[in-house]
Structures are given as structure tokens and as C-alpha cells.
Design a protein around this ligand. Structure first.
Ligand code: ZN
Ligand code: ZN
Length: 356
């Protein structure tokens, strides 16, 4: 069959769950999806993960939200139409979409495969404006139209439900672990065992590193060890910081609570790196001698580029790594939001979009 005869030429209306205004509960609605353009694919969404940042944005915690808002940037589904110029995908392919759906594609970062740091700003999957000036709507929906350049392949070895959270939680942790060379002979600490942290543990373990979880309490210790951690310590216990001083090559912080950075930097070996993927809303302070002594690095990281996202999915498939999920129906989204806010999820809620 030829793609052209199959291509949707008009805007379609699809079912979705949206926050009609800031802080309002999400409710069932419909949103427009653009016609399938030359380089677009139409995706029948099967599953969408709930990321903590969905809640921030739906409740306008970061300001300037575009409402109605359809959150969701952990999308897994199947291609049902392709544009005439599409080369990477065919109807029936299993695909994913993460946190961005476009970028300028011309700046030095885009050319280097770092579209997430596009110098003109990437186009977020939701709560943004596309190049056509129209609002983007995310994955809490039945269908989405995305340029093939921002669509990735989900390998056959991964079920779509446990693959969905990899599109944000997976790449957010894989990218810094890869960049900071987690692997055999390296000691990696993961701060926080939540949606991001549980993937960091699985991925760092699969990379061959010796993995330690640093969590507020020992409440999830059994889970942490089962997911691949070699050690598990409570940060509420002062002895942890004495016992582990100078231990780690890399510390990956997945928490958004403000941390006493000087204490955590003291856990690094010389020339080790403390990498933040979670951030508190308030500025933090530290004594710069905490990084000067020992030549340490305080770093940050935000999701990953498209090529690296594909590498992450291939790596996860090869090592059998999916997210630990609780599958929910769409009418449980608001309840799930409340549970995420109290860390009452092990470890990612995923919406069965057939219920939207
Ligand atoms: Zn996210
Ligand atoms: Zn760019």
C-alpha cells in the first residue's frame, strides 16, 4: 500500500484527558490532531506514563501553563499511518515518544544530537507550541501525530506498558549514567528510589556498576536490592555520611527536595561527579571548597537526545529492563496524582489509553 493514499489530510478530533484550567481535576475531553504531514506518523497510543512533572505542569507549578492541558510525555503505541516522505517507520511498528516532538534541527546542539538543549528551545510534547503555532497535547489521549524524527522504535523485547516510562524516566537516568561512564569498577549512588530512581538502579546495575541506593529511610530496601542495588543506606542516619565518605564515582540525585550538597559531595571520591536530574524550586547553596577539594564536579542533566533515547531503548530491551508499573484506567488519573505526590506508587503509574 502506498502511504499517500492512506494519509489523513484533515485535522482529526481525538479523545483525551485534560486539565481544563490550572489546578482543576483532569477530565475527559477531545483535542485536535494535525493532519499527517509528509514526515509525520500517526500513532495509536496504547499506554502513557504519569511523570511527576505532569502534575507540576497541570497544576501550573512552573507558571505559564497552556490550558486546557493534556499531559503525558511517556508515550508507547503503534504506527497506524505514515506520511509520504517517512522512511524510518511503517504501519504496525511499535514506537515511543518522549518529552519533545520537535526542535530547530539546525543549531549546534541539534546537530550534535542534543535536541533537548536546542538553542532555540525544543518543542515539548505538551504544554508547548508547535512550529505551526498550535498548542501541543500529550499522551493522555488515544492518538498523536508526530514527526518521524522525534519518534523512536520500541524493540520487540519490551512490552509497551513497561516501556512507556522509559521515554522520560528511562532516558533521564540513562543519559547521565552513560555520560559519566557508569560501568564495571565504578561505584554509583542513586539518591531517591522513585520513578526516576528505580530506573537509575536498574540501568546502572545493567551497565555493570556497583550500585548503592541512598534513600531517606530503609522502607523500600527490599525493592531496591531486588531491582539491582548492591547496597542500601538511609540518609536520615548521620552514620551513613561518615561510613560512605569518599566512596562514589558518580552520585545521581533524582530527588526534588533541597539536599545538603556539601554532605553529599563529601561522599564522592576525588574527581567524582554529583549529577542532578531532580531540582528543588528554590536556589541551593554550597561551600565551593566541597568541589575544589578533590576536583569534584557538580553537574546537571535533562532527558537525552533522540538518538540516545533510541540507544537507551535498545539497551533496556537487551537487558530486559522495563519500568515497574501500576496500570490504571483513565478515570483513576486524579487519584494517581495524589498518590504520586505522597510517593505512594511502585514505581510508575501507566494509563491504559483504551480507557480514555
Ligand atoms: Zn517526565
Ligand atoms: Zn536546535
Amino acid at each position: 500500500m502506498t502511504a499517500q493514499t492512506n494519509t489523513t489530510t484533515t485535522t482529526t478530533t481525538v479523545s483525551a484527558y485534560a486539565a481544563p484550567s490550572a489546578k482543576a481535576p483532569l477530565e475527559r475531553t477531545t483535542v485536535p490532531r494535525r493532519p499527517v504531514g509528509e514526515s509525520d506518523v500517526l500513532i495509536d497510543i496504547k499506554y502513557a506514563g504519569i511523570c511527576h512533572s505532569d502534575i507540576h505542569q497541570a497544576r501550573d507549578g512552573w507558571g505559564e501553563g497552556i490550558f486546557p492541558m493534556v499531559p503525558g510525555h511517556e508515550i508507547a503505541g503503534v504506527v497506524t499511518e505514515v506520511g509520504s516522505a517517512v522512511t524510518k517507520f511503517a504501519v504496525g511498528d511499535r514506537v515511543g515518544v518522549g518529552c519533545m516532538v520537535d526542535s530547530c534541527r539546525e543549531c549546534e546542539n541539534c546537530k550534535a544530537g542534543l535536541e533537548q538543549y536546542c538553542l532555540k528551545g525544543n518543542v515539548p510534547t505538551y504544554n508547548g507550541l508547535g512550529k505551526d503555532g498550535e498548542p501541543t497535547y500529550g499522551g493522555y489521549s488515544t492518538h498523536v501525530v508526530v514527526d518521524e524524527a522525534f519518534t523512536v522504535r520500541i524493540p520487540d523485547g519490551l512490552s509497551l506498558d513497561v516501556a512507556a516510562p522509559l521515554l522520560c524516566a528511562g532516558i533521564t537516568t540513562y543519559s547521565p549514567l552513560h555520560r559519566w561512564q557508569a560501568g564495571p569498577g565504578k561505584k554509583v549512588a542513586v539518591v531517591g528510589l522513585g520513578g526516576l530512581g528505580h530506573m537509575a538502579v536498574k540501568i546502572a546495575h545493567a551497565m555493570g556498576a556497583e550500585v548503592t541506593v541512598l534513600s531517606q529511610s530503609l522502607r523500600k530496601k527490599d525493592d531496591g536490592l531486588r531491582l539491582g542495588a548492591d547496597h542500601y543506606y538511609a540518609t536520615s542516619d548521620e552514620a551513613t555520611f561518615e561510613q560512605l565518605a569518599g566512596t562514589f564515582d558518580v552520585i545521581l540525585s533524582t530527588v526534588s527536595a533541597p539536599l545538603p550538597l556539601d554532605k553529599y559531595l563529601g561522599l564522592l571520591r576525588s574527581e567524582g561527579a554529583f549529577v542532578n536530574v531532580g531540582a528543588p524550586e528554590e536556589p541551593v547553596s554550597l561551600n565551593l571548597f566541597s568541589v575544589i577539594g578533590g576536583g569534584k564536579t557538580l553537574a546537571g542533566s535533562m532527558i537525552g537526545g533522540i538518538q540516545e533515547t533510541q540507544e537507551m531503548l535498545d539497551f533496556c530491551a537487551e537487558h530486559g529492563l522495563g519500568s515497574e508499573i501500576e496500570l490504571i484506567d483513565a478515570d483513576q488519573i486524579n487519584e494517581a496524582y495524589e498518590r504520586v505526590l505522597t510517593s505512594d506508587v511502585r514505581y510508575r503509574f501507566v494509563i491504559d489509553t483504551a480507557t480514555i
